[in-house]
Each structure stands twice: as C-alpha cells, then as structure tokens.
Design a protein around this ligand. Structure first.
Ligand SMILES: [Zn+2]
Length: 195
C-alpha cells in the first residue's frame, strides 16, 4: 500500500471477514493504517465462509499448519473486481509474493496472469490484478518495508487472535525466519510481549 501510493490513487481498501481467527486484528490494523494514510476502507463480511472448513477458520479446529482456505484468493479477487468495475478502478492490488507462491498456487505470478484473462471477460473496464511484491521473497519485502519506514506493529500477519503475534503459527515462523535471514533482530521491529 505504501508503494502503491507513490504511483497511483488508491480509491478503496477492502478487508474481508471470512470468519478467520485473526479477523479482529486484521480489521483493526487495516482500518487504522487506512485512517492514517487517508484511504477509504471497507470491511466485507462473508458469512457463508464459516461453513468452509480450514485451519484459519475460527469455527474449525485450530490447525494453522494447514492454512489453505478453499478458493479464497479467487473469491476475494472477484469480489474486489465488482467494486473495481463499479468505481471505475483499473487495478486490484494484492500482496502476492514469490515466497508464498511456492506453497500457495493462488499467490503465484501464473495465477495473476490467469485471473487477469478471466477479468478481461468479466469486467467491462478490464480490471487487472497487480502485486508490487510478486517478484520478491519475505527478506526482500522486509528490507523494502524498513526502507519505506513501515512500523510493523501497525500490521498483522499472525494467523491467530492473540495480543501479540503468537510466534508459532506458520506465518509468524515465516516472518521470524525472514528477519533472521535478513540479519535483523525480529524483536527490534515487532512487539512480542516477550514470549
Ligand atoms: Zn502467529
């Protein structure tokens, strides 16, 4: 979002409540960050997603070692495309990156190409998906974010609903490993409550 603001007008930021365990944190962080940056923000609630079992869903057993949510990114992009066409926006911006694409095919550059082909037909203004971090891994993203002055405590990437990032779920472990690989001390950047 910080990078996008340098080169385009952001009309709307959307956070989706799909019953995920971390939704309160995700909504609070995105709402606060958008307020700070002067960006319109909307929360869209997808009640039916409660019925879809996944390790991230608060109504499913805690199993965030398998965080796959059936067709999540496909659904979210198409939802965002409704707003994008309605608001005459050219792009939907996502945070898909090279590292997560290895585990999740719906984060990959190939998925972006494929979904853009679909959106060409399903939106009259030919909305496109873009990710400014699609060629970067987590280490490169962290370095870039630090350069842009991001306060990581204003973001939430943990899968759980804890006061501080849990340090145990796959997302926290990925973050901790990336800070280490970047030669940085995780706790210098992210409050952990000293776990
Ligand atoms: Zn976590």
């Amino acid at each position: 979002m910080l990078k996008a603001r340098e080169i385009m007008d952001i009309i709307l930021a959307i956070t989706i409540d799909y019953g995920q365990r971390a939704k309160e944190k995700e909504i609070a962080c995105s709402r606060n960050l958008c307020r700070e940056l002067g960006i319109n923000h909307k929360v869209v609630k997808l009640e039916f997603m409660q019925e879809i079992e996944s390790g991230l869903n608060a109504s499913s057993p805690l199993n965030d070692t398998s965080p796959w949510v059936p067709n999540r990114n496909g659904l979210f992009i198409n939802l965002a495309a409704c707003y994008a066409e309605h608001l005459q926006a050219d792009y939907i911006l996502c945070g898909f990156n090279r590292e997560e694409a290895q585990d999740f095919p719906d984060n990959s550059a190939a998925f972006i190409v494929a979904v853009n082909q679909s959106l060409y037909y399903s939106t009259l203004n030919h909305v496109k998906v873009e990710s400014f971090v699609k060629d970067l891994d987590k280490v490169e993203i962290i370095k870039e974010a630090i350069k842009m002055g991001l306060d990581f405590n204003k973001t939430w990437s943990c899968y759980r609903n804890t006061e501080y990032p849990c340090g145990q779920c796959p997302s926290c472990r990925r973050n901790i490993a990336a800070f280490k690989k970047a030669g940085l001390n995780y706790e210098d950047y992210i409050h952990t409550g000293n776990y």
